[in-house]
Design a protein. Structure first.
Length: 100
């Protein structure tokens, strides 16, 4: 079972998907710890990305997919910050357009 499936079963609506593109799933936990970040999953690989710096907080994510995630995040940084603030409450998160 992949990480997202396990987390979704455990956390339910507290784990909303906010985008998906090229086999990469982007999601954000509610009431998550600092620094502000989001999660990306590609197959069995996952990474947390700092929203302010776009730096990965974990290693082992495929380089090409990491580049796409960071490119996407740079295009949607303001929306990610807004979702981070919403995620600190039970408020629903907004979907964000995928990478074209």
């Amino acid at each position: 079972m992949d990480l997202l499936t396990v987390a979704a079963a455990r956390y339910g609506s507290w784990l909303p998907r906010i985008s998906e593109f090229y086999g990469i799933i982007i999601w954000m936990f509610h009431e998550e710890h600092y620094p502000p970040h989001f999660h990306a999953e590609y197959g069995e690989h996952w990474v947390r990305i700092n929203i302010e710096t776009l730096a990965p907080l974990d290693r082992g994510f495929p380089r090409r997919q990491l580049r796409m995630v960071r490119e996407w995040a740079a295009l949607h940084q303001e929306e990610l910050v807004a979702n981070w603030h919403k995620a600190q409450t039970p408020e629903s998160l907004d979907k964000i357009e995928p990478l074209p």
